[in-house]
Design a protein around this ligand. Sequence first.
Ligand code: 5GP
Ligand code: MG
Ligand code: MG
Length: 182
Amino acid sequence: MTQKPYVVDELISAKSIAARVEALAKEISTHFDDTDKLVVVGLLRGSFIFIADLVRELDLPVEVDFIEASSYGNAMESSREVRILKDLRGEIANRDVLVVEDIIDTGHTLKHVLEILETRHPRRMEVCALLSKPSRRETEINAKWIGFEIPDRFVVGYGIDYAQRNRNLPHIGAVRFTEENS
Ligand code: 5GP
Ligand code: MG
Ligand code: MG
């Protein structure tokens, strides 16, 4: 697929992300302090770098699992339809679950995933999202931890892609197209 030319404007530096991840991990470690039953569930693929950094800052015994749901495909518009492409490997019944998401945009993806996970009767379940676009929300999501609230821009980097590119950027940036008429 050919892409229109674009540049990526830095929104959140790698240093700011690292500081925020450390702070989130402290809060999460305190919150789940009383348990040895924690499973961190990452939503693939956008959360893979966030989850890797976050779990290394957690001061807790922790298991890691992944689930993949379809949302955007390669387009920049959210589809309202959500499918599970890859399910968890492990059981979460009677476990403490921390669901880790890259971005909460309309909220439909996460809402659907949480509904599925709830049917498996975790002991408790909380959400940590790196980014949130509050102005885009179409359904209520109870996320206990949010890294950064951002404006309605299409962002990439730190695990988050545009058409599978830019996941390896160390910072979070916003895509800006450089050709007006094409
Ligand atoms: P939602 O269902 O909340 O509308 O969208 C959820 C998913 O859409 C996010 O987890 C993320 O994977 C994707 N998404 C939302 N906003 C952006 C964005 O600005 N950039 C990219 N690359 N993906 C996004
Ligand atoms: Mg996502
Ligand atoms: Mg994507």
